[in-house]
Design a protein around this ligand. Structure first.
Ligand code: LLP
Length: 388
C-alpha cells in the first residue's frame, strides 16, 4: 500500500486528502489495455468514478474512451482532450439541453433508457437538422450478486428499457427518422466479484441480440457496461483487478458476430490507486464502553460506508505502537451515521496519527459534498511527491 511507504512525507500535509498512486494507476491501465487488445475490445473509462483532471490526463494517454452520465461529464472529457467519437453517454434522465449538447458534440452514442427518451432525442435531432447515433440501453434482468444499492440490471430497476417494451415498440422505434440505432447497451451493476455473473450476462445478451436482429434491428456495437469488482477486504492481495479473466469469459460466451464489443470500467480502473488520508483528532469512550477514534474526514469526503454499508480497509500508517486495539472510527459530520467502520483493529492510535482508508479511488472524491460547509477534499499524487 502506497501511503505506508511515504507516510513520513505525508505527516506535515493538511488533512484530509486523497492520495493517488500513479504507478499503480499506470500498471492497471497497462493491464486493461493489453488484455483488451487480445480480443480487440474497446474500453471506456466511466468518468463518474473519479473525474480528477490529473488522473484523466493519464487515462487519456492509454487511449481509453469515456462513459458519461451527464452532459457536464461529456464536457469535462472533451475539455481534457478525449475524442468525442470515443464518448458514450447514458442516463435515465437526460435534460433537453444535455441532449442538445451531446448531439452538437457528435459523440459516439447516446445510450437511451426509455421509449419516450428516444422520441425526444428524435425530435431534438430533427430541430437541429441532425441524425444522431444512439444505443438502446436494455434492462437485461440479471442479478449481479452485489450490494443491492449498486445493482442496476434487475427487472424492477429504473435503468434501461425493458426488453419486451423494445420488442413491442419495434415499428415506432424504426419510424424515428432522425436517430440511427448503432448499438445495444447494458450495465448490470457494480462491484461484481463473482465472475460467473458475466457468463449469465453474455448468454442473455446473445439472446437479446438474436431477437432484435430478427425484428429488423441492425447495429454495429454491443456495450456491456462495467461492473468488475475490486478487493476491498485485502487490497494488497489484488492491487490490479482481473481483467484477463473477465475478457476471457466474455470471449468464450459472448456471441455477437463481428460487432464491436465495448466495456465501461470505473471502479476497476481507479479504485485501488486512491486512499483517503485522515488524521486522528480525538480518542474517547462512550458510556457504553465503545472506544471511538474521531478523525478529521467524514462522509463528506467518502460517503460509501454510510450510504451503502460499504467496507473499506483502514490502517494506521504512522503509529509505531505494536499494540492493536479495536476502535469505532467516526468522522466530524453532524450525523450519527457518520461512521467509517466499527470494531476496526488498529495499532494503538493517538491524536495526530494518520489513518489510510484504502481502495477509495473510485466513487470517493467524485461523491464528496460540502455538508456542514466542509471543504472539498484535496488530492496529492505520487508523481508530484518528492522521491515518488
Ligand atoms: N456504465 C454505467 C452505465 C454505469 O452506470 C456505471 C456505474 C459504470 C459503467 C461503471 O461501473 P463500475 O465499473 O465502476 O462498476 N457509487 C457506487 C457505484 C455506482 C455505480 C454507478 N454506475 C459505489 O460507490 O459503489
Amino acid at each position: 500500500m502506497y501511503s505506508r511507504k511515504v507516510a513520513s512525507q505525508l505527516r506535515e500535509l493538511e488533512t484530509p486528502f486523497y492520495l493517488y498512486d500513479i504507478n499503480l494507476l499506470r500498471q492497471t491501465l497497462n493491464s486493461v489495455v493489453s488484455e483488451s487488445k487480445k480480443y480487440n475490445y474497446k474500453v471506456h473509462y466511466a468518468i463518474k468514478a473519479n473525474y480528477d483532471d490529473h488522473l484523466l490526463s493519464i487515462i487519456r494517454e492509454y487511449g481509453l474512451g469515456i462513459d458519461c452520465a451527464s452532459a457536464n461529464e461529456v464536457r469535462k472529457a472533451i475539455e481534457l482532450g478525449f475524442d468525442p467519437k470515443t464518448i458514450v453517454y447514458a442516463g435515465v434522465g437526460k435534460r433537453d439541453k444535455e441532449i442538445r449538447y451531446a448531439i452538437e458534440q457528435n459523440i459516439l452514442a447516446l445510450n437511451c433508457e426509455s421509449i419516450e427518451e428516444l422520441q425526444v432525442i428524435d425530435a431534438i435531432a430533427g430541430e437541429m437538422g441532425r441524425r444522431v447515433d444512439v444505443g438502446l440501453r436494455v434492462n437485461p434482468d440479471i442479478d449481479p450478486k452485489t450490494n443491492h444499492c449498486i445493482d442496476t440490471g434487475q427487472a424492477d430497476s429504473k435503468f434501461g428499457i425493458a426488453y419486451d417494451e423494445i420488442l413491442d415498440n419495434t415499428e415506432l422505434i424504426k419510424s424515428l427518422k432522425n436517430i440511427n440505432i448503432i448499438g445495444l447497451h447494458l450495465h448490470i451493476g457494480s462491484q461484481i466479484r463473482e465472475l460467473h455473473v458475466f457468463e449469465n450476462m453474455c448468454n442473455k445478451v446473445n439472446a437479446i441480440v438474436a431477437k432484435l436482429q430478427s425484428h429488423g434491428f441492425s447495429f454495429r456495437m454491443v456495450d456491456v457496461g462495467g461492473g468488475l469488482g475490486i478487493n476491498y477486504d485485502v487490497p494488497e492481495n489484488e492491487p490490479i483487478p482481473n481483467f484477463a479473466s473477465l475478457f476471457a469469459i466474455v470471449h468464450e460466451y459472448l456471441n455477437v458476430g463481428d460487432r464491436e464489443v465495448h466495456f465501461e470500467f470505473g471502479r476497476s480502473i481507479v479504485g485501488e490507486c486512491g486512499e483517503l488520508i485522515t488524521r486522528v483528532l480525538f480518542n474517547k469512550t462512550t458510556a457504553t464502553g465503545r472506544r471511538l477514534l474521531i478523525v478529521d474526514a467524514s462522509m463528506t469526503e467518502l460517503i460509501r460506508p454510510m450510504l451503502y454499508g460499504a467496507y473499506h480497509n483502514i490502517e494506521n500508517i504512522t503509529s509505531q505502537d505494536e499494540t492493536r486495539m479495536k476502535y469505532t472510527v467516526v468522522g466530524t459530520a453532524c450525523e450519527s451515521t457518520d461512521v467509517f467502520d466499527e470494531n476496526v483493529s488498529l495499532r494503538k492510535s493517538q491524536r495526530g496519527d494518520l489513518l489510510a482508508i484504502k481502495s477509495a479511488g473510485a466513487y470517493g472524491r467524485s461523491m464528496a459534498s460540502q455538508y456542514n460547509l466542509h471543504d472539498l477534499p484535496a488530492a496529492v499524487y505520487s508523481d508530484q511527491l518528492s522521491g515518488k
